[in-house]
Design a protein around this ligand. Sequence first.
Ligand code: WTA
Length: 664
Amino acid sequence: MSDATIEVYETEDRTFPPSAEFAAGALANDQSLYDEANNDFEAFWARQARELLTWYKDFDQVLDWQLPFAKWFIGGELNISYNCLDRHVDAGKGDKIAYHWEGEPGDTRTFTYSQLLDEVAKFANVLKGMGLKKGDRIAIYMPMIPELPIAMLACTRIGVAHSVIFGGFSPDAIIDRCDDAEAKLIITADAGYRRGAPSALKVNVDDALASRASTVENVIVVNRCDTEVTMAEGRDHWWHELMANASNQCPPEPLDAEQLLYILYTSGTTAKPKGIMHTTGGYLTQVAFTHKYIFDLKPDTDVYWCAADIGWVTGHSYIVYGPLTNGCTSVMYEGTPDTPREQDRNGDDRSAWGKDRLWDIIERYGVTQLYTAPTAIRTFMKWGTQEVERHDLSTLRVLGTVGEPINPEAWMWYHEHIGGGSRPIVDTWWQTETGGHMITPMPGVTTTKPGSACQTIPGVTAELVDDDGNLVTEGGGYLTISKPWPSMLRGIWGDPERFQETYWSRFPGRYFAGDGARLDSDGYLWLLGRVDDVMNVSGHRISTAEIESGLVDHPSVAEAAVVGANDDTTGQAIVGYVILRGGNEASAELSEEIRQHVATKLGPIARPKAVFIVPDLPKTRSGKIMRRLLRDVAEGRDLGDTTTLADAGVVDEIRTRAADSDEE
Ligand code: WTA
């Protein structure tokens, strides 16, 4: 393959064998799961499905594979809320804590398994009362409060599929997703706490529903922050009022293993997001398996914390479905890591405001597993170790990372400063589409290398191929998955052709993940990021095409090109280049207004870090924008944080470079 497609870098080879505390554990150097799965991956997954889950009706076929469409555990019937709640309560674990929830201001709520079950059953009855039934879809647009997992689990109780929309998204994103899924209901809150203040949500739902007619009939609103909201008569209902009258008796419905569980939208290379579909039995099997083994779970004593947002797949699989299926105690936190509790605020001395919120939570709850993202780790590195050292983090046993390649320096920092130099780090590679972990070390088993996600989990087969689809056994290549896996996406909602085209056409017979990777001489996998034009900003996948549409949507903009430039903190930063429509004057104000326009249109996460106004865009002879050149120009500059530059040098540099370029 050509070097231009995937840049391959070599890293220093450091290895960390399983530490002494794991050498004595149940998994100590135990290769047997890998051996069993290599021998017969279908039988392996069938055993996991039967051991980790409780079925109403056993399945009679493990896998039906009509490339690219897989069905797992055919004929089996189960209910996810039953697996997450009822069976633990029935087993006498009703008083065990499911969630230690902490709000950003510092308020706390605790839910035992039986309390959670009560709330879920009541809310399932509320949904039934709104006329929802098996197969219907609803949207959820909520802050990180307990009502969010309660709403999701209530859906699973009666076979309704949820589509969680990240709370940072705008009204346009809400209505697009509701339309695509034909959602009948939206569950939201007045607001959620973010960076010390309520951040409004309900008003975005109002704007979304005002923008055009839709299938949404009802809106249920949680009162989280006591902020003023407008309730539309007949359409909008308060969560607490509906729940006050709901019965807590709602038997879980036995559902087919392939019943649609949820749709989660992910950015693609075109402006229209893809509705990734996950179903019931296979998804829960792989998520429960990985949550148990990759975090070396001791369900009776652990206090596990995934510090992600439920608006993304990480939260779906590893805050809600995995931990609850395994009956463990989790921490759930509403806010941002640098927002102190009300009671810890030190007057107006902002310098004393806690950059230690995470470490404080770990110490107070005795957290045993921390699962976070490289972008967060890099932020902590910037803050320094002073705050970390004030806290006792000795309860931690396993550290996880997800979302983008972790650079070896960040890995080492995590290992030394948070893990006390001995806790294993699990660098977990997976995607919304894969549902659960795919490539990751296993604590107690795998010798890790900082920056490498190491190896596939038992039962999953990944292979690298070159441009022509030939196997690569050492060096750089495209990451493909060559056998179906239980939690794989079942397709793109409403668009089977696009499913085939996006994931299965580049290399026939293989799932193409869109990522590049390197295999080293020990067979370790090193992920290299996306090979297409999807950017990864703080672990969020954002497509350049979507942002370009947002830029061109501004009345003064004629044409736009977007690139992801390397950024120390967020991984990649969004940089836009725009050509103005005639009659508009370039100015710093206008470029600021254009940046803001994208945030309003697509949500604050999509706001470009910088927008350069240019007279023309460098193009190849065939008319393709020279993205690499634009990225180089952006990377050669200090992009600042919020201010935008009317940088005349940019235009000159683009011209000179374009003149020198031999790109076809
Ligand atoms: C990237 C998040 C390297 C990758 C679970 C993938 C990673 C995309 C890792 C999926 C990792 C995720 N190392 N890259 N450990 N984890 N990625 O759908 O590019 O939000 O394709 O799922 O994130 O992002 P998504």
